[in-house]
Design a protein around this ligand. Structure first.
Ligand code: C2O
Ligand code: CU
Length: 513
């Protein structure tokens, strides 16, 4: 099933630019910011929160007056948010009513390998029992054996429903779940398969950070809309699948001309003249942003970063603007108290042009009391691994190359192969990875958080602070990260989180023994 990768690999380079929507686009800052619904557990007994989710196709009005078919978790895009407490396990039973197989991965989760959503560990669509039996060589029934993929790494594991168990034994953080099927992750996320999972704990609650209505999750994505309202995606064009002779790489990944926040185009949100906590996730397939908050009279508001991908920083870091690569999260406090009532603050993407320069706006609606705080010390549990702790140093390259007769994106010269182990490490070992890139690649490791040790031979940048699970490699740049491989043994992944690069081979197996 490399159809998508091949189709993308054969895209003419001239079409690698931003896709253009063919429907009228709304003016910015008209649509109210939606907040994803919080999913209710079906039971909370025995110290475990149990959830059920159905993946299904639906139609939604993303652009006013335009009907757009989507693939969703529970009928919404973004999917419903799961609110979790540190140390309290969460089980999610997924049922697949999509027309295609599905795989769920909790990005940033410290998850046992069996629930980590390996790309061939499929949930088959409802109503595919025959296909399920065939995929299991005739002796399967409904649902496969959870471990069958372990004996033959090439075996495709299939089920009709799937229980994912997340121990949630990890720092408070904004995580996200999304599809992870081999070769088809990018189009699945593009069509709507992404949602948030937030881990909280008592230490964080005690800090007095802005909370409740003043804490806003912001999932930023870009999309493009065809004349019939469907989401444009190049690999979904059947003509491309067998187009001969086109060998140019699809360099950038897929970019749209519409910016959505929580699934709404260039939304606006009414705020108090007070501090807000913005939990920003770049869930775009390939687009990078550089965010800046600008008032109506051209003043820039500070972005006070309090957390990174894997939770709170040791201390706040103030940024004039923040770059955010696909899959990265930044937890940021912004203070609207100096903005006059009726004033507007625009979240701008400095890397965009034309309509992709705007992201969303806040309209300050009223004066209000504010007893929130941003303490000088946020957390004292950040791992402080030193170079001398490292059992080994690895060099790992992220570069374009040949794959399946076309261009692909490779790690150490190889496209992803589920049957090959690329990196083997020992549970508990500290390692330094020196990552090097040809073009922009946001590199993500499953299971572990890491710290950035150096960037381009220099100390890390201000936004590299804290514990991360995704790091943005800039063109030609080498970045050193350090981590301890602890938690669980088993087979995990690391990959580029440009979703098209990931589908085109830029993924590798990490075995913890
Ligand atoms: Cu966001 Cu391998 O995942
Ligand atoms: Cu990449």
């Amino acid at each position: 099933g490399l159809t998508t990768a091949r189709a993308l690999a054969r895209r003419p380079a001239s079409t690698g630019a931003e896709l253009r929507s063919e429907v009228p686009l709304p003016p910015p800052f008209q649509v109210p910011l939606p907040l994803p619904p919080v999913l209710k557990p079906v039971s909370a007994t025995g110290g475990i929160d149990r959830y059920e989710m159905t993946q299904r196709a639906t139609t939604a009005e993303i652009l006013p007056g335009v009907k757009t078919p989507l693939w969703t978790y529970e009928g919404t895009f973004p999917g419903p948010t799961i609110e979790a407490r540190r140390g309290r396990p969460v089980t999610v039973t997924h049922r697949n009513k999509l027309p295609v197989p599905a795989v769920v991965h909790l990005h940033g989760g410290r998850t046992p390998a069996a629930s980590d959503g390996y790309p061939t560990d499929l949930i088959l669509p409802d109503g595919w029992p025959d296909a399920a039996r065939r995929a299991q060589g005739g002796h399967g029934g409904h649902g496969g054996h959870a471990m069958s993929g372990m004996h033959d790494p090439r075996a495709v594991v299939t089920r009709l429903t799937r229980d994912y168990t997340f121990p949630m034994d990890q720092r408070s953080a904004l995580l996200w779940y999304h599809d992870h099927r081999m070769d088809f992750t990018a189009p699945a996320i593009w069509r709507g398969l992404a949602g948030l999972q937030i881990v909280r704990d008592d230490d964080e609650d005690a800090l007095g950070l802005p909370a409740g209505r003043r804490e806003l999750p912001l999932m930023i994505t870009d999309r493009a809309f065809a004349a019939d309202g469907t989401l444009t995606y190049p690999a979904l064009d059947p003509d491309l699948r067998e187009q001969p002779g086109v060998q140019e790489p699809y360099l950038a990944g897929v970019l749209g001309d519409v910016i959505l926040v929580n699934g709404a185009p260039w939304p606006v949100h009414e705020v108090d003249a007070a501090r807000y906590r913005l939990r920003v996730l770049n869930a775009s397939n390939a687009r990078h942003y550089e965010l800046e908050a600008v008032t109506g009279d051209g003043r820039r508001l500070d972005l006070v970063q309090i957390g990174a991908d894997q939770g709170l920083l040791a201390a706040p870091v103030t940024h004039p603007r923040l770059p955010i690569a696909p899959a990265e999260r930044y937890d940021v406090v912004i203070d609207f108290s100096d903005v006059p009532v009726g004033g507007r603050v625009t979240l701008v993407n400095r890397l965009g042009s034309g309509r992709t320069r705007d992201v969303m706006a806040f309209r300050v609606a009223r004066k209000a009391a504010d007893d929130s705080r941003v303490p000088r010390v946020l957390a004292n549990d950040l791992p402080a691994w030193r170079r001398s702790d490292a059992a080994r140093v690895r060099d790992i390259s992220f570069r374009a190359g040949r794959m399946h007769g076309g261009h692909g994106w490779l790690i150490d010269g190889k496209p992803f192969d589920p049957a090959r182990t690329d990196v083997t490490t020992r549970l508990g070992d500290v390692e330094i990875w020196r990552l090097v890139a040809d073009v922009h690649h946001p590199v993500h490791l499953h299971l572990v958080g890491f710290r950035v040790l150096s960037r381009g031979g220099r100390p890390p940048l201000a936004h590299d602070a804290g514990l991360k699970d995704t790091v943005s490699l800039r063109p030609g740049e080498s970045v050193e990260i350090i981590t301890r491989f602890d938690g669980y043994r088993g087979r995990y992944l690391f990959h580029c989180h440009n979703a098209e690069h990931e589908d085109m081979g830029m993924m590798a197996n990490l075995e913890i023994i």
